[in-house]
Design a protein around this ligand. Structure first.
Ligand code: GLN
Length: 201
């Protein structure tokens, strides 16, 4: 593959611009993806933070569900942050009954999990496979991971505060998900990790 892989950002709803900026910052060719033809043209996909119930609805309206499921089955790398993590989970607790994710990571996530005590907060998170300081992780009405299946690697947990020990980053093969939003902090390490994953795929 070329030195700069083409990476799409699913642009149905959410913080698309921030992911485009972060991916551009690590040298990817980035394009918004709203239609099946646009998905065909990318090597990897980012599902942004936003509102998973809305992304789910729009995925049906834009007829993106089946094309994305097929690409995932064929091994396309996908990174989901926050709502994107929910969209990559095979099971969602506290979801809306009509919301549906893509055929993604074998895990159970709880939507708005931190919500009752703290809607939004920041905490240090160290990620396996990423060098340097812990991430300054920003959580906004975020999910956490309650169960992972065989073959799913836990990459990171909250290390301090009331949410300590909660799993907030996972990987299964070419699928990567975080509860937090690295696209909001200018820390490009996770986007670099994802671009390397796409390059290797
Ligand atoms: N609570 C949102 C959802 O259920 C996710 C929030 C976010 O992406 N920042 O989709």
């Amino acid at each position: 593959m070329t030195a700069a892989p083409a990476i799409g950002v699913l642009a149905l709803q959410g913080d698309v611009r921030e992911h485009v900026a972060a991916l551009t910052g690590v040298g990817a060719h980035v394009r918004p993806v709203r239609r099946p033809e646009e998905l065909d043209a990318v090597d990897g996909l980012v599902i942004p933070g936003g509102e998973s119930t809305t992304i789910s609805k729009l995925a049906d309206i834009f007829e993106m569900r089946e094309p994305i499921d097929k690409r995932i089955a064929a091994g396309m790398p996908v990174y989901g942050s926050c709502a994107g993590m929910i969209m990559l989970a095979t099971e969602v607790l506290d979801g809306r009954p009509d919301q549906r994710g893509f055929a993604g990571i074998e895990m159970t996530v709880r939507r708005n999990a931190f919500g009752r005590q703290v809607d939004s907060f920041e905490a240090p998170v160290r990620l396996a496979g990423v060098e340097g300081e812990p991430f300054h992780a920003v959580f906004i009405r975020a999910p956490w991971v309650e169960r992972v299946g065989v073959g799913v690697d836990v990459l990171g947990e909250v290390t301090e505060g009331p949410a300590a020990g909660r799993v907030v980053a996972v990987r299964q093969g070419n699928l990567l998900a975080t509860s937090f939003h690295p696209e909001l902090t200018g820390d490009l390490r996770l986007h670099r990790y994802f671009v390397d994953l796409v390059r290797a795929a």
